[in-house]
Design a protein around this ligand. Structure first.
Ligand SMILES: [Zn+2]
Length: 400
């Protein structure tokens, strides 16, 4: 018999950019070898599903076995499996600048690459699946990222203030974002080296002496050189550090990355929820495949004012986004007892403290770093003396 509530265990991704301590401490794992712990995944991703604690089964296998019970009618109708992936990230080294395609383009381009006979796992394959990848993140402490293009006035100011960028003022003109971006993404590497060399040479020593502040693009550009430009060449992704909004999120604040929004995580820890997809088009600061032509097809070339989702001081915070696949809530327990009724499959994750969750005759004690899966239509009682919980579910109402 399948219970309506059970403990699940995720998997760790040891990408090289990950931190050494945060995720091991959260999960209670020793990391004597100092391996990078970049991401902790909870969900039913086909290649990396969570497992059910005290069982041989994965969450995906259990969903296949009993989709009605685990997904419910609403989610079964719209999605074939759990539509979201819940992650904890620890960004020690900045991630690639990236953009995610729309669902329509993902379907079209995925089929095209199949027709061309490019294996799905080939390094130069752009589209790994037919899905879009809206992402929502909540900072677990100070978090730095790049998010969309600066507004016209600020971007002009940057091009004017940095003599090395002056030649781009005409290209940008009265806000031609596409021309500006296309220009730096397609100029010869020799020119990239010359422009960025002039700009960054003096900054690198300042960075090394600790004279640059994280509030300045120069800090991240100099750090990018020390991280990515080991072969004497400059990574053209560094232009984006100056063109995009540099955003500093405080603990509990969130931000949403819609399709076409260029972004990059620079540093910090977060909770991230996203649609189940691996479709990423990259624009630099990476050793992975970059397809500039394909990338330019998907970038939304417009000014962005970052819409930071507030942390609030309340017991419960809802992080709203337009995504159909997920909705994220957080709770700060301080002795309360709560009852929730789930309408969709849900994942609950305990970030700190302890908590007790109960559905009918199943009671589970949660420690920091532990998670449960909750079936739709369940009445769950939660109590916690002091505990920080995240809850991810599938919104069933119509969103716009
Ligand atoms: Zn992304």
């Amino acid at each position: 018999m399948i219970h309506s509530l059970f403990k699940i265990k995720g998997i760790v991704q040891h990408y090289s950019w990950g931190g050494y301590n945060f995720i091991p401490a959260l999960l209670g794992i020793e990391n004597a070898e100092q391996k990078p712990f970049a991401e902790y995944w909870l969900g039913a991703h086909p290649n990396h599903p969570s497992t059910i604690v005290d069982s041989e089964l994965t969450l995906s296998a259990m969903i296949k076995e009993a989709p009605g019970k685990l997904l419910g009618p609403g989610v079964s109708k719209n999605f074939s499996s759990l539509p979201f992936l819940f992650k904890i990230l620890d960004v020690r080294q900045m991630l690639s600048i990236q953009v995610h395609p729309s669902k329509e383009s993902a379907i079209k381009e995925f089929a095209l690459e199949n027709e061309k006979g490019i294996p799905v796992n080939a390094p130069h394959r752009n589209y790994k699946d037919e899905n879009h990848k809206p992402e929502l993140m909540v900072a677990l402490g100070d978090f730095w990222l790049l998010h969309g293009f600066k507004d016209e006035a600020r971007l002009k100011e940057v091009l004017r203030d940095k003599p090395a960028f002056n030649f781009l003022l005409n290209v940008f003109g009265e806000g031609n974002y596409r021309a500006l971006y296309e220009s730096v993404m397609t100029i010869e590497q020799e020119e990239v080296d010359q422009v960025l060399g002039t700009l960054l040479q003096p900054l690198i020593s300042m960075y090394e002496k600790g004279q640059l502040k994280k509030e300045s693009e120069d800090f991240w550009a100099a750090r990018a050189v020390s991280t990515f430009c080991k072969d004497g060449h400059y990574d053209r992704g560094i232009f984006s550090i100056y063109f995009f909004n540099l955003v500093h999120l405080k603990k509990g604040e969130g931000i949403f990355q819609p399709q076409g929004m260029p972004h990059a995580y620079l540093e910090g820890q977060n909770v991230e929820v996203m649609a189940n997809s691996d479709n990423v088009l990259r624009a630099g600061l990476t050793d992975k495949h970059i397809d500039v032509k394909e990338l330019l097809k998907h970038v939304d070339f417009k000014a962005t004012v970052p819409a930071v989702l507030p942390s609030g001081n309340d017991f419960a915070v809802t992080y709203l986004s337009p995504a159909q696949e997920f909705e994220l809530h957080s709770y700060q327990f301080n002795g309360q007892q709560e009852m929730v009724v789930s309408q969709s499959p849900e994942i609950w994750f305990l970030l700190s403290g302890t908590a007790t969750v109960k559905v009918e005759d199943v009671t589970i004690e949660l420690n920091k770093g532990e998670a449960v899966f909750l079936c739709p239509g369940s009445e769950m009682h939660i109590s916690s003396g002091k505990g920080e919980l995240f809850r991810c579910l599938v919104p069933l109402g119509v969103k716009n």
